[in-house]
Design a protein around this ligand. Sequence first.
Ligand SMILES: C[S@@+](CC[C@H](N)C(=O)[O-])C[C@H]1O[C@@H](n2cnc3c(N)ncnc32)[C@H](O)[C@@H]1O
Length: 274
Amino acid sequence: MNSINQKIQNHYHKDGLFEDILNRLSQMNIDLNFVQRADIASVDEFHVRGAAVSKELAKSVDLIGKSVLDIGCGVGGPCRMLADEFNCTAIGIDLSSEFIRTATELSKLVNLEDKTSFIQADATNLPFDDETFDIVWTQHVQMNISEKKQFYSEIKRVLKKGGYFLYYDIFKTSNNPINYPMPWASDESLSFLFNSTEMNEILDKLDFTNYQTVDQTKAGLKFIEELIKKLQTNGPPKLGLNVLMKESTPIKIKNAYTHLKMGDLKLESGVFKK
Ligand SMILES: C[S@@+](CC[C@H](N)C(=O)[O-])C[C@H]1O[C@@H](n2cnc3c(N)ncnc32)[C@H](O)[C@@H]1O
């Protein structure tokens, strides 16, 4: 693993993450023999608007029963949602060995290990044959990747002809300096923000056809405002994204909110067809 990817893995790393989640579930009086997806929903989708936005994205194409690759899958919530609610066979890859271990264990915990699997790998060098998947999916990952062309070329390579690439991401909308830490990067050296026009140009050169683009910024800001209110009233939840963002959760949320609100960043989802 190169040194930047090692630093990115360290940024996301939390020792004993799966056991920490189990402890928290026990403290919430949830029987560990009967854990439901809903019980872990507050922690297993690591992006603004959690499962709600993933379901919206999933409904933008017909993906029922399809094979999906989730690039930068985190602890696997989106893969489990796609398997459980859309009957997909979902494979997630991620740089973080601890996220992959946690994703695998969480799938066993909620009995979705047959339809989901997780592999440690780098998004820019996918361990799959050409034209393997019906759907390639990625949420809040490319900000950690400097080699954008390689990232999108790999997506094209593993996608079947006629398949869909679905993304939900954070893009730069100004040249103003960005304050860190952010949820995806402790400092600027781990962050490779670019704008969505640059992404569109890369995808256009790869012969993808744009199918849908949705500005998600307003909905994302509303979600973060409600989250900040809840944090101020109730303090950190027993189980939430604070478990993944660790001690610096408040400043990461504040920085992301401020730059989205000021128009330096935007949230966007979309669909491209190969
Ligand atoms: C903000 S989290 C999003 C996780 C997941 N997509 C979700 O929405 O729940 C970003 C994830 O991207 C992963 N990541 C960053 N760079 C990567 C790379 N080069 N290859 C694979 N995964 C990467 C990180 O390890 C982390 O799990």
